[in-house]
Design a protein around this ligand. Structure first.
Ligand code: NAP
Length: 263
């Protein structure tokens, strides 16, 4: 894979999957734009990347209108964006009956509206050049439901639907749209997952601790992007198989999810 002179914009680049994607794209020669809220961590990741020309653009995806306005204002000065990876996001581990309503808005703002805002700011320049890839990191939780994730799953299902429609609309402009649905990947996602009051739960979980190594997952993502796939599931064990079980044995799957406390 040769990404020399290509620019890849990655959100959520201060941690986990986004940080690893940044490293692997830089290894392949790409210039990386790193976005998230934690500017110190973004600069630290940038300084460790191979090659030159990487940039940090801080973004808070929970303020989508600001993202749209700020990025649209500077997009012409950034040069061509070849690949946009909408990866930044936050998960949830709390039961519907115990959740504050605001948790649902928090999850949708970051995981859905933030993604749409940045895509809306970047896509017109890709369409004008008739070239580019838009990648969304949804989740296996965007294909199947399980306990503790009513808000998270809702936001990630929404991403899958958005991307399916966008793909249909922009194919005529030679724009590639890829939806990636990771299973459990070993990152800080469990620690950062929201509780019923919308605060980080700050604790680990077995499914994530025993999940796929993030470097393996990111490498599979690079391959899917390079091969211009439409949608891929990347995970191991139950988290990787869940979409297929749900598709072919839906009643069995629904009975299982009612019994299992998957964390
Ligand atoms: N790990 C998994 O098992 C798994 C499975 C399925 C899907 N995913 C998805 O993969 C993506 C990356 O997650 P991860 O596993 O790498 O988790 P992570 O280590 O917690 O990283 C999350 C990233 O999102 C950024 N982020 C969170 N809120 C943000 C906001 N308001 N504005 C801008 N950036 C924000 C964080 O940066 P700042 O805090 O610096 O803003 C961080 O860089 C997420 O969309 C997640 O839903 C992960």
């Amino acid at each position: 894979m040769d990404y020399n002179n290509k620019t890849v914009w990655i959100t959520g680049a201060s941690s986990g999957i986004g940080e690893e994607l940044a490293k692997q794209f830089a290894e392949q020669g790409a210039k990386v734009i790193l976005s998230a809220r934690n500017i110190d961590k973004l600069n630290q990741v940038k300084d460790e990347l191979k090659g030159e020309g990487h940039r940090v653009i801080p973004l808070d995806l929970s303020k989508p209108e600001t993202v749209l306005q700020d990025v649209s204002a500077q997009i012409d000065s950034l040069g061509p964006i070849d690949i946009l990876i909408n990866n930044g996001g936050v998960s949830q581990r709390s039961l519907f009956l115990e959740n504050d309503f605001k948790v649902y808005r928090q999850l949708m703002e970051v995981n859905y509206f933030g993604l749409i805002a940045l895509t809306k700011a970047v896509l017109p320049s890709m369409v004008a050049r008739k070239s580019g890839s838009v990648v969304a990191i949804s989740s296996v939780a965007g294909k199947v439901g399980s306990k503790f994730r009513t808000g998270y799953s809702g936001s990630k299902y929404a991403v899958v639907g958005f991307m399916d429609c966008l793909r249909a609309e922009v194919a005529q402009h030679n724009i590639h749209c890829l939806t990636i649905c990771p299973g459990s990947i070993k990152t800080a996602i469990a620690h950062n997952s929201l509780n019923g009051q919308g605060e980080a739960q700050n604790k680990p979980e077995p499914s994530i601790e025993n999940g796929m190594n993030v470097n393996v997952a990111a490498s599979k993502m690079l391959t899917a992007i390079y091969n211009k796939k439409d949608e891929v599931v990347i995970g191991q064990g139950l988290s990787g198989w869940a979409p297929f079980i749900k598709r072919f044995f839906p009643s069995l799957f629904n009975r299982l999810t009612a019994k299992v406390e998957y964390k």
